[in-house]
Design a protein around this ligand. Structure first.
Ligand code: ADP
Ligand code: GN1
Ligand code: MG
Length: 369
């Protein structure tokens, strides 16, 4: 039994779900938190569901600060959505506090638990099944950025320090490879070399930020396709979820992380690399949709740097998967051996594809500048 399951009964009792709880089971395919869906039995309808999460203690050292961010952002988004005539309950998450009134429930092992209503009549996709769906996710993430453009960035805590600091991520990979605690570095020699050959690239976006070429904004920082819930009838984006990493960041990273995960037709841990290929038409579709959703909030320079966002988020994710593999899979959830190494390899394959098609990617974003 994992720590999460161990505490489940106690945690369910700590929250008031309004009606009797009939069950709670593991849910979703996130790599970080322990997520459960809670079923309750109201008298007047068949079932009401909630999402219950134990926030990852490996990822988030300060759940108090994390929840302050999440409550601030969800309440702000709720007001923005209502003022634009939207449906607050469907389009923004709402934190349900435990009976204690605190922002989360703390278990005796330092685990922090929170609850959201389940956003019904939505689908969470793991791959972009159609171009229209991918475009809809792009509009949703672009809109998210636009809705938060006036959010007071100075009030946000850095929930994971140096989260998209690619230089620091590379330094951590080097340290993990040098320590090689599990003797795994030898089998990763080629992967490590591929990454080290791109050391200079790791500074491109950070340098542009230091030089004032790219602005710091309030960004999501984890814009995978499975972090947006799509309407099951219309296929449009309904609600952006996984707000744990909403922090000051770069718009190109939000764009780039979506490309990394969605602009291909393979799983993130695909072992047959011949199946892992950047789909340039999906890159273009997403570019157009993201910019449409962002509605003019991006500068010309940000648009020019979008391909860098894609390449750097992919490279950085490869670096992070490999670091975790070398350190013994302590950060990203795995369901089989070598999964983090396989994930690293798909990312490196995509980086190579982006390099091979670099001029095309630059030409595409130029069209939308
Ligand atoms: P992780 O950080 O582990 O990815 P997420 O917050 O993304 O955690 O949640 C994991 C999964 O749970 C999501 O991919 C989605 O399928 C589901 N999920 C999370 N919140 C909700 C919600 N409010 N309504 C419906 N499904 C949700
Ligand atoms: C994690 O939480 P989830 O599964 O949406 C990770 C992202 C990675 C992603 C790779 C807080 O995202 O940064 O890009 O896995 N989230 C965190 O799939 O580290
Ligand atoms: Mg997620």
């Amino acid at each position: 039994m994992t720590k999460a399951e161990e505490y489940l009964g106690e945690v369910l009792a700590a929250f008031d779900f309004g009606e009797p709880v009939v069950g709670a089971v593991r849910f979703g395919q996130g790599h970080i938190n322990d997520t459960f869906v809670v079923h309750t039995q109201p008298a007047d309808r068949c079932c009401r569901r909630f999402i219950l999460q134990r926030m990852s203690p490996a990822a988030f050292k300060r759940p108090d600060q994390l929840m302050e961010n999440v409550i601030g952002v969800t309440e702000y988004l709720g007001r923005e959505i209502e003022s634009h005539g939207g449906d607050r309950e469907r389009e923004a998450l709402r934190v349900i506090r435990p009976r204690s009134g605190q922002p989360y429930y703390a278990d005796r092992d330092g685990g922090a638990w929170r609850v959201y209503p389940f956003v019904e009549d939505t689908v969470c996709y793991q791959t972009a099944e159609t171009p229209a769906l991918f475009a809809a996710s792009g509009r949703a993430f672009g809109r998210f950025q636009r809705l938060l453009q006036d959010y007071p960035a100075q009030t946000l805590y850095e929930t994971i320090p140096r989260f998209h600091d690619t230089e620091d991520r590379l330094a951590k990979l080097k340290a993990a490879a040098a320590a090689d605690r599990l003797g795994r570095a030898a089998e990763c020699r080629k992967d490590i070399s591929f990454i080290l050959e791109r050391e200079a690239d790791c500074s491109v976006a950070l340098q542009a930020l230091r030089d004032g070429v790219l602005p710091l904004r309030v960004t999501h920082n984890d814009t995978k396709l499975n972090n947006v819930l799509m309407d099951s009838a219309s296929g449009e984006g309904v609600c952006i979820i996984d707000l744990d990493t909403v922090m000051p960041g770069l718009a190109i990273n939000d764009f780039g992380d979506s490309i990394r995960f969605g602009a291909n037709h393979s799983a993130e841990d695909e072992t047959d690399l011949s199946k892992v290929n950047l789909d340039i038409s999906l890159f273009e579709i997403y570019t157009q949709a993201f910019l449409e959703g962002a509605g003019g909030t991006l500068t010309e320079k940000e648009i020019e740097y979008l391909p860098w966002g894609a390449k750097l988020m992919t490279l950085e994710c490869g670096i992070r998967f490999l670091t975790d593999y070398l350190e013994g899979d302590v950060y990203f959830h795995i369901s089989r051996e070598k999964q983090n190494l396989d994930r690293c390899r798909t990312q490196c394959k995509l980086v190579g594809d982006m390099e091979a098609h670099w001029d095309e990617l630059m030409a595409i974003v130029k069209k939308y500048q």
